[in-house]
Write a protein that binds this ligand. Sequence first.
Ligand SMILES: [Zn+2]
Length: 459
Amino acid sequence: MGAGGERTEAIMREIASLRAKRDELDSRIRFFEAQLRVGGASPPSTLPPSLSTKLDAMGVHAAAASGGLSPDMVRRYSRQLLLPEFGVQGQRRLSRSSVLVVGAGGLGSAVALYLAACGVGSLGIADGENIMHVEAYVGQPKVKSASAACRAINSSIKVFDHHLKLKSKNAVSIVRQYDIVVDATNSIASRYMLSDCCALLHKPLISGSTIGLKGQLTVYNHNGGPCYRCLFPNPAACQSSSDNGILGVVPGVIGCLQALEVIKVATRVGEPLSGRMLHFDALSSRFKTANKIHQKSSTCTVCGSNPNFTQDDFMMFDYDSFAQSTKSSNKPTPSLNPLPKNARVTCREYKRLLDSGRAHLLLDVRPVHHFQIASIANSVNIPLHELKEKLTRLRDALSEVADVSHGKHRPLYFISQRGDDSQVAVHILRENGFPYASDIVGGLESWAQEADPGFPVYW
Ligand SMILES: [Zn+2]
């Protein structure tokens, strides 16, 4: 190769290097231009005004580069931007929305993660509890780990944690700051409280709940749809989930669907579940949507035609007692007459009896699957609903114990989870001619606190 060839090669290299530099500069210029647009300043139009008007009349609009989304947003959300139903407008609406997720448990953590990933503008998480089930974080506020996970998944959104239990006294000032509220508390009292608060402040409420292996989902206070009270003016009709087990996947499924409803409400894409209720049955893997749940009730005290529930009423309302009052009247309890004092022993008294080694029979009246989780050594399981049919066999067993104890003490004790069912059991025995039965006050909950701190607490 001659001198001329070498020179040509050097020039080509120089050109290539300059081009690369120019591309980089162009890319930086586009980035800064996009930032200007996100901040509200739009670049001057390069189209002549007459052509621009003609194009507008045809319904064709000149591009605002990246539709007002930053290059980072375009890269991050490209998959959802490609959905024609969603597109740039959906993403823009989402990034301007603010969502409050109340509850950072199974439902709430699923909702929050998906909302963070899809790019809501601001995400608030409210929860007053500490973590019990994630080994690395036991004892830490749930809300801290949930918000940390959301920030880790998307650092471009604003995440606010409210480490408190949302109550009627503090809810208005927090809910007011957000556009959309998610009820992920799975508690009847909170469900009423949040629905009332959202109805008063005119905020849509995405309400999810799970009980056992079933889940439900609906949207309240949206586009003239009903509130929770329109459907359930009285808590007696509601089911509580607190005494039932939960398989973590079920709140995970419902939580993801709650995030989906938030996206639909925020972006105005699709048909949110307002005035409709989705039911999920994990065992049969069936989803059903009830399209005719009650519509907005004109007589609803909170959102009806003549509502008489003010913000002051709301702040004074005791939701825990309201939910509790009808819950207990809803429970089919055979007898609630108080037991005589000599038919009750405390956990400490029973512990002394146990330590003394005196012969007796301890009957645990919880359901079988509870008994299998944890029980006191040598106790015998007869679930409360089977007690009456097993009385004859019980009488035989007791006569043996009574022989050994020589009638010096009451040979029969009952225990339940919280000390309610055990009282019912003692009543049943007394009504059937067994005078020597005692109830252990406070049940296994008190037992774990007062007598045996090592007892596995599963509730
Ligand atoms: Zn209502």
